[in-house]
Design a protein around this ligand. Structure first.
Ligand SMILES: Cc1ncc(COP(=O)(O)O)c(C=O)c1O
Length: 487
């Protein structure tokens, strides 16, 4: 009897082991189905043949896609996967669509999409060298390239890739805090630290200030002009205000470019002030740093090399899928100061490794092979190709500005400097929101809305190569029609 039992269990365990190894035929067949469906999806999206945005309810999606049955019963195979994927793709927001104008999320390019497929297959986290030498090396080399684009030396400066700009901002401010308050990691944050930033700063900065344990009130708001750019002539007064409130500024945050408007702060003037007072200058260049690749636009970032730290999101304007953000620090030795933690199974005092473990520089422990996506876009399109893409987006947004300004009943509060543009139809705040909601429900256009100087605007961020002047003419027709119907 015992023998029989032993035999059975060995057969069972062999069978289950076999069923858990990959069937490479299944992988190849299913990937083929996925690629055919996805290629058709991008093709239809680029032609504008399907809606830019579809928002059925959760219940509708769950029922149509059979989510609950599939979660509990399984049973997906290559054929069912094809049907499922078709239904899934019908319920997406199509970023390759000409009418996709809402957010600063990249229209991904072919090489980056392949990068996701590769990572999904091999799953080499990039933060520890021994978990994937190729991916970790790519990250280091890509970061070196980014440092050079900023104008920094790779010998002195350092960086790390993170899952998104919000984590990148937090990491930068941790490094800034370590300079002013090196004991904060062990003893907690001193209660008198402050971060200087305009009210319009991306919300991830406010969050970072709170996460750092400073309390949101530690964000001392800088005065801005009517277009929400930092007023350099009022910086001294802001410092006096902070000091009068018993606060020590540990960092000043400037935008290149601002989320709502796409406009750039005067980095030279701000850097002069920061240098005069020994304040860490952090430039949130999540969106705008990609303009460093366009010779005609890089002057928008004039002075960025004087920052102490900056962030640069490849998943905004370098056409990688989410997420791939860089933290870059001018004096690279200050970056590991952000984190002083010990984890004996990961960090050794001394190690004999062929590479670098970037894990000491990030919030994340396990991290995607995110550098690969950016690397493949660079390798395929070239630095020049990506720069031309950025220039093209910026140029066409200028043309769109002119088209909008020419239409009676529309106004733009500024000439765009990037591919972010605010405009409005009439002046009523509620009307802008209602127009946006109506257009989204119709599905041909997806645009966003932002407040600037207390006024509500519609907002576009053209990133899809398929968006052209004709798209904007049709958008303006649709806005006029929505406005008329809402009357
Ligand atoms: C200026 C700026 N900083 C940071 C972020 C946050 O980036 P992420 O969405 O990658 O966390 C954004 C996002 O829109 C942004 O516009």
């Amino acid at each position: 009897m015992p023998l029989v039992r032993a035999d059975t269990s060995s057969i069972t365990s062999l069978a289950s082991t076999a069923s858990r190894t990959w069937s490479v035929e299944e992988y190849a067949d299913a990937a083929q189905v996925a690629i055919e469906r996805l290629a058709a999806y991008v093709d239809a999206s680029q032609r504008g043949a399907e809606p830019a945005i579809a928002q059925p309810s959760i219940e509708d999606n769950a029922t149509a896609l059979g989510l609950r049955e599939l979660i509990r019963g399984g049973g997906m195979d290559t054929e069912r996967f094809g049907d499922f994927l078709a239904g899934y793709l019908e319920r997406t927001t199509r970023l390759h669509h000409p009418g996709s104008l809402a957010h600063q999320v990249a229209t991904p390019d072919v090489p980056a999409a392949l990068g996701d497929l590769i990572h999904g297959t091999i799953n080499n986290p990039a933060a520890i060298y021994e978990m994937g030498a190729a991916g970790a090396s790519i990250e280091v080399v890509v970061l070196d390239w980014m440092l050079e684009k900023v104008g920094w030396s790779t010998a002195e400066s350092a960086g790390v890739l993170t899952h998104g700009g919000s984590l990148a901002n937090l990491t930068s401010l941790l490094a800034a805090r370590a300079r002013v308050a090196p004991d904060a990691w062990t003893r907690g944050a001193p209660p008198d630290l402050a971060v200087l930033a305009p009210a319009s700063v991306h919300y991830s900065i406010r969050r970072a200030v709170a996460i750092l344990g400073l309390g949101e009130e530690a964000l001392i708001e800088l005065e801005t002009d009517e277009l929400e750019r930092i007023r350099v002539d009022r910086l001294e007064q802001a410092l006096e205000r902070a000091q009068a409130a018993g606060r020590r500024p540990m960092a000043l945050v400037a935008a290149s470019c601002a989320t709502a408007t796409g406009l750039h702060d005067d980095l030279q003037g701000i850097a002069d002030f920061c240098e005069r007072h020994g304040i860490w200058l952090h430039v949130d260049a999540a969106h705008g740093a990609s303009a460093l690749l366009s010779p005609r636009h890089r002057q928008l970032l004039d002075g960025i090399d004087r920052a102490d730290s900056l962030i640069w999101d490849a998943h905004k304007m370098l056409r990688t899928s989410s997420l791939c953000a860089a933290v870059l620090v001018r004096r690279g030795s200050e970056l590991p100061g952000a984190f002083h933690q010990e984890a004996s199974y990961l960090f050794y005092d001394e190690r004999d490794s062929a590479g670098i473990d970037l894990i000491g520089r990030t919030v994340e422990c396990t991290k995607g092979g995110i550098g690969l996506k950016l690397f493949l876009n660079l390798a395929w399109r070239g630095e020049r190709g990506l720069g031309e893409y950025v220039a093209d987006c910026y140029d066409k947004t200028l043309r769109f500005h002119d088209l909008i300004e020419r239409r009676p009943g529309f106004e733009c509060p500024y000439r765009p400097e990037s591919n972010i543009l605010c405009f409005r139809r009439g002046r009523d705040a509620g009307r802008q929101v209602a127009i946006r909601e109506r257009l989204i429900a119709e599905g041909e256009f997806h645009l966003s809305s932002a407040e600037m100087g207390g006024q509500r605007y519609l907002r576009i961020v053209p990133t899809a190569p398929a968006t052209g002047d004709d798209t904007i003419e049709r958008l303006l027709d649709a806005v006029e029609e929505a406005d008329r119907v809402l009357d």
